[in-house]
Design a binder for this molecule. Structure first.
Ligand SMILES: Nc1ncnc2c1ncn2[C@@H]1O[C@H](COP(=O)(O)OP(=O)(O)OP(=O)(O)O)[C@@H](O)[C@H]1O
Length: 597
């Protein structure tokens, strides 16, 4: 599929050049320029909706903000169109940050309501703040499009719009295939896993909101200059719905989809005008039909079809990968990590899930944490990885105090984890899942991503090669381009381990990695844990599978009712009467048998 993108960009450029040559009159050209402006909004909104998975129904508010800002600085301060665009981009970007803030607490339908409220507020401010906005009369006599003191002719202005749209499509596409696009997709699919890999969801979502806001703001200023007149009734809630529909109809997350959606939703109402009475009905019915037949939008569905017809090889290119040992050793080999938890207490209301639990994972060892159901193992894991905050107590990794840190900050210190119920990014490929794990080691910025700078390409290449090597390490190189959700369960568990390793941890926390695996898969897991430990990575293993623990653990700590009742070598622990008592309620049985969870 990626081979088709250059062709798509070429086709888009050819179309943008051909249209003004082919358009018969000024009205046609003007309508096409309106489409270019709407397409710009849709392309930016696609980053928010398609990549970050957030729904905004307030885009008309940002469009209005850009329009009014541009119109005000142009009419009152004499700014030319380019300077007006810069001011409105900054203004809209600022509001993008403000709009992103509620996502810390609300998502889905609640976020949609917040964005609707924003759109309504902008509309009302535009009506009520008469001295600035002209109230319902709006702002008239906006100067003709101009740049650097020169007035732009109709065709020159078309050129500016076409170039801006083309650059917006290229920039958002580059963002999509960079670490930022991957981060957005990852956060949208599993925020928990993304945090555990060191991604800050708030920052990722803010970037998506800012991109969507800035493009809408610039489009707004272009609109004001095209129309020479703006008023509040041009930016209604219905427009916000239309912008969102452009993205969904064209194909959310696809590079060219929003253009197709914007084209249809700009021209369709025009074509349907002759059916006066039936116009709205026909419009709605057509949309419904398309969405029913093509649920992933037009370009999204075409993309899926192309992938089915011309499937890419599932496996990664032979010899492309960097050996996992080379990727992991510099981070783990030199300094083996020590985790120390001191008197950790976690209470949920009246229930004490952990009671002054202390534990020390010695540098380079495999340390197993066991205990009957409800003993507090998951609570311990979730606490030291930052998903729960301890009520009391402290814990540190190589002397760095972790208590009070958030999960993504702890991940960045060098602790990576897997999950009891696997938390993969299901829609991403197996390779991309591991590349998200590698994310923290990439250092290029947003500008480098948008421009596809040499540094960005080099780092991406290294990331890809390291990810392929890690897939080979866990035996998944043959599934590199398969969507993660299609992997059998046993392989999903392995993928989670590869992804966690990609983060370059010094301590790897495996939460019941053997649950649901076959005997053969457990044997392979055992070998894998040994190899990981062999690289100098300390491992904390939460497990019920006694045989596995006996085989790989250097130390076993036993929890019961939130308290540590034993911590010793596997052999000593399994003969400890308190442990036998905890597991069987009597000291008469041996604890050698495998327990079940
Ligand atoms: N978020 C939570 N809110 C309230 N109580 C919780 C929460 N998480 C765990 N608990 C309670 O804390 C106690 C310890 O649970 P935890 O899940 O840590 O045990 P576990 O040893 O991991 O059990 P299992 O082997 O079944 O996974 C249980 O009584 C559980 O009900």
């Amino acid at each position: 599929m990626s081979r088709l993108y250059p062709l798509g960009f070429l086709l888009l450029a050819a179309l943008l050049i051909a249209v003004p040559l082919a358009s018969g009159n000024e009205y046609e050209l003007r309508l096409f320029m309106l489409f270019l402006i709407y397409a710009m909004i849709a392309v930016g909104l696609n980053v928010l909706v398609g990549l970050a998975g957030l729904v905004s129904l307030g885009q008309a508010g940002l469009f209005a903000l850009g329009s009014y800002t541009g119109a005000i600085v142009a009419t009152r301060l004499g700014f030319d169109m380019i300077s007006a665009c810069i001011v409105s981009a900054l203004m809209a970007g600022l509001f993008g940050v403000l709009l992103a803030y509620p996502t810390v607490r609300v998502r889905g339908v609640y976020l949609a309501v917040v964005t609707i409220a924003f759109g309504l507020i902008v509309e009302n401010v535009a009506i009520e703040w008469q001295s600035l906005t002209g109230g319902t009369m709006g702002i008239t006599s906006i100067p003709a499009p101009n740049a650097f003191g020169y007035r732009l002719s109709g065709y020159a202005y078309y050129g500016v719009l076409a170039l801006s749209l083309f650059l917006a499509v290229v920039a958002t596409h580059n963002l999509k295939v960079s670490r930022y696009g991957r981060a957005m997709l990852a956060v949208a699919q599993s925020e928990t896993a993304a945090r555990a890999l060191g991604l800050n969801p708030a920052a990722v979502r803010t970037l998506a909101f800012v991109v969507a806001a800035v493009t809408a703001g610039i489009a707004g200023t272009y609109y004001a200059f095209l129309n020479a007149y703006i008023s509040p009734d041009i930016f209604t809630f219905t427009d916000s719905i239309r912008f969102l529909l452009m993205v969904i109809l064209g194909g959310a997350a696809s590079t060219f989809g929003p253009l197709v959606g914007a084209y249809i939703l700009t021209y369709l109402p025009e074509y349907l005008q002759e059916f006066a009475l039936w116009q709205k009905f026909a419009y709605g019915a057509m949309l419904l039909t398309v969405m029913f037949v093509l649920p992933r939008g037009i370009m999204g569905s075409l993309g899926s079809l192309a992938t089915r017809l011309f499937p890419a090889p599932r496996t990664a290119g032979a010899g492309e990968g960097i050996a996992a040992e080379a990727t992991l050793a510099p981070h783990a080999g030199e300094q083996r990590a020590e985790l120390v938890a001191r008197a950790l207490t976690v209470r949920f209301g009246g229930l004490t899930a952990l009671a002054e639990a202390s534990l020390r994972v010695k540098p380079g060892e495999v340390h197993a944490l066991i205990g009957p159901n409800g003993a507090g193992k998951s609570t311990f894991v979730n606490t030291i990885s930052g998903f729960y905050q301890p009520t009391e107590g402290a814990f540190e990794l190589d002397g760095v105090q972790l208590a009070g840190m958030r999960s993504h900050e702890i991940a960045r210190v060098g602790l990576a984890r897997t999950f009891q119920n696997t938390e993969l990014f299901g829609e991403l490929s197996v390779l991309e899942n591991v590349m998200v794990g590698y994310q923290q080691r990439l250092t290029y910025g947003v500008a480098a991503a948008v421009l596809r700078s040499p540094a960005m390409r080099r780092q991406e290449r290294d990331c890809r090669r390291a990810a392929i090597g890690l897939l080979a390490f866990v035996g998944l190189e043959d599934y590199a381009h398969e969507a993660a959700r299609f992997l059998p369960f046993g392989l999903q568990r392995r993928l989670e381990i590869a992804r966690a390793l990609a983060a370059g941890p010094r301590l790897l926390l495996l939460d019941e990695p053997a649950a649901g695996l076959t005997t053969q898969e457990i044997d392979e897991l055992e070998a894998m844990i040994r190899r990981i430990a062999g690289l100098g990575i300390s491992v904390l293993l939460i497990e019920h599978h006694v045989e596995l623990i006996m085989a790989v653990a250097d130390t076993v700590t036993v929890l019961d009712y939130g308290q540590v009742i034993a911590s010793d070598t596997p052999a000593r622990v399994q003969d400890d009467p308190r442990v036998i008592e905890a597991y069987f309620g009597t000291s008469g049985h041996g604890a050698r048998e495998e327990t079940t969870s």
